[in-house]
Ligand binder design. Structure first.
Ligand SMILES: Cc1cc2nc3c(=O)[nH]c(=O)nc-3n(C[C@H](O)[C@H](O)[C@H](O)COP(=O)(O)O)c2cc1C
Length: 242
């Protein structure tokens, strides 16, 4: 194992979901900032970055949000709470941004790769992300892609619900990058889906289309902060060689 792998092994092995934090332990808030910078580098679908991160720092705000996290210890005792939000509704603006920025790096004569990229953001992304409030587009796309799929491989995840999964996947990768980074910085975290999303959205003043992917609490574990030994299914039950 090389040195980087050994360091990464240590970070992964020592990261645990912590439910009780030590409020008296020193806390370097800049570690959260650095970890957010790293989280923003997480791989994400079509590089659309349909995510937002709300850092809740002040004790009064943490206290209020912790109530909406169902008053879990993992939230009430945390130094900070990070709300990871998906913004599927921003696909058009982000696609335009990515395309515009990428085009600045294009060579004077547009080649096949550049043309493919323009088609991707101008045609494929709208096909995947456009939806209507009644779900008619989703039904139409499902039928269309299933039909084409009889003859050749096609993407099957094309409905509005499928695209919700897509954005949550990317946001979760960012959340994991954040948690591993916090561990590397010497701090602990707990990802949470136990929260009242309606109240959390209201608290953050988020629009209807925004969704909460998860809330990550941050701090330093107390001695009893980890509830039990780490438990995983046997590897042979979940890992298969094909
Ligand atoms: C999406 C997600 C949601 C979770 N929600 C909660 C939660 O609301 N409260 C909690 O105490 N732990 C929560 N957890 C933590 C899991 O219980 C924990 O990751 C799992 O038991 C494995 O333990 P480990 O993280 O220490 O390895 C959540 C984890 C994930 C990934």
């Amino acid at each position: 194992m090389n040195t980087n792998a050994a360091i990464f092994e240590d970070i992964v092995q020592s990261r645990r979901s912590v439910r009780l934090y030590d409020s008296n332990a020193p806390f370097d808030a800049d570690a959260v900032d650095r970890s957010l910078d790293r989280a923003l580098l997480a791989p994400n679908s079509s590089n659309l970055q349909l995510w937002e991160f709300y850092r809740v720092k002040t004790p009064a705000k943490v206290k209020e949000l912790a109530v909406y996290c169902l008053a879990q210890n993992a939230a009430t005792t945390a130094n900070e709470l990070l709300v990871v939000v998906t913004r599927k509704d921003k696909w058009k603006a982000h696609a335009a941004f990515i395309l515009e920025e990428s085009m600045k790096t294009f060579p004077p004569t547009i080649g096949k790769r550049e043309k493919m990229m323009m088609d991707y953001y101008k045609k494929i992304i709208p096909t995947l992300y456009f939806s209507d409030p009644f779900g008619i587009t989703s039904i139409f796309k499902k039928i269309l892609f299933s039909g084409i799929g009889l003859f050749k491989p096609v993407p099957r995840q094309v409905t509005a619900t499928d695209m919700r999964v897509v954005v949550h996947k990317s946001a979760a990768l960012a959340a994991q990058t954040f948690m591993l980074s916090m561990k590397a910085e010497g701090y602990d975290t707990c990802p949470m889906e136990g929260f009242d999303s309606v109240r959390v959205k209201k608290f953050l003043n988020l629009p209807f289309a925004a969704e909460i992917c998860m809330i990550v609490s941050v701090g330093t574990a107390t001695k009893n902060g980890i509830y039990g030994e780490r438990l995983r299914l046997p590897k042979q039950e979940v890992v298969f060689e094909v």
